[in-house]
Ligand binder design. Structure first.
Ligand code: COA
Length: 214
């Protein structure tokens, strides 16, 4: 089990010096990395990297659409930038449910090796801050009914069940194939009261990834 934890700079920097691989330091069996993390809006040049080495290449059109929404001021696309890599993302759609006073959080995902370190929770809380700044009364999100395992994650962040939504959406792959996706989701929402505590405090305790701003 890793015991060494070498850091350089306030949040730890991921240069070669932070790898801690010298034999004798901990028997060469492993170490704990400290990496800088920043939550920030996506930029045009992030879009190719957001495909995560092909994993989300079929979704290029969806990623580009979310970015356009942000460019128009009708959405937001936040990235968890870990050491220059977009290790997580969350999107907000201010348009879709504007008449009912709701901002839709969607496309929350964290690149597999970075899961369980508090990044997902951090992204949701940052998205909530954006919703609060826009004075939208509710944040709402959908959870696919075949993804029930994620429900406790949202419940811990203060989300409550508020309904169900069914439908479909369409997108084109980069090759031009039309894909039709059926949607069957639980809807969850959270009131964004002004000055409200956006999420559970201390959710990152004990995580080995140091977060910029902590
Ligand atoms: C959901 C997701 C964004 C969480 O990101 P993360 O960085 O791992 O989140 P955090 O570290 O803040 O919190 C992780 C906690 O949520 C739990 N969790 C999240 N998704 C879960 C799932 N599908 N099943 C079981 N537990 C889950 C983890 O077990 C962990 O619990 P713990 O703190 O008790 O160990 C990430 O798991 C992911 O990208 N999943 C695939 C995409 C997805 O399902 N997105 C949500 C769509 S509604």
């Amino acid at each position: 089990m890793a015991t060494a934890h070498r850091r350089t700079g306030p949040y730890g920097t991921a240069n070669n010096d932070s790898l801690g691989t010298e034999p004798g330091e901990n028997g060469g069996k492993g170490t704990i990395l400290a990496l800088p993390l920043t939550i920030r809006p996506a930029r045009q040049e992030d879009l190719p990297t957001l495909e995560w080495y092909g994993l989300h290449t079929p979704h290029r059109e969806i990623i580009a659409g979310a970015f356009r929404l942000q460019e128009r001021g009708d959405g937001s696309m936040l990235l968890a930038d870990v050491n220059g890599f977009p290790a997580g993302q969350i999107c907000i759609d201010f348009l879709r449910k504007r008449p009912s006073g709701r901002a839709t959080l969607w496309a929350l995902r964290v690149f597999q090796p970075f899961r369980g370190l508090g990044i997902g929770g951090r992204l949701v809380r940052e998205a909530e801050q954006v919703v609060i700044q826009r004075a939208v009364p509710y944040a709402e999100l959908g959870v696919d009914r075949d993804n029930a395992g994620v429900l406790p994650f949202y419940e811990r962040l203060g989300y409550e069940h508020c309904g169900r939504e069914r439908g479909q959406f369409l997108y084109h792959t980069p090759e031009g194939r039309l894909v039709r996706v059926a949607i069957d989701q639980w809807l969850l929402h959270k009131r964004m009261a002004e000055g409200a505590e956006p999420a559970t405090a201390g959710a990152d305790n004990g995580r080995c990834l140091r977060l910029a701003g902590d």
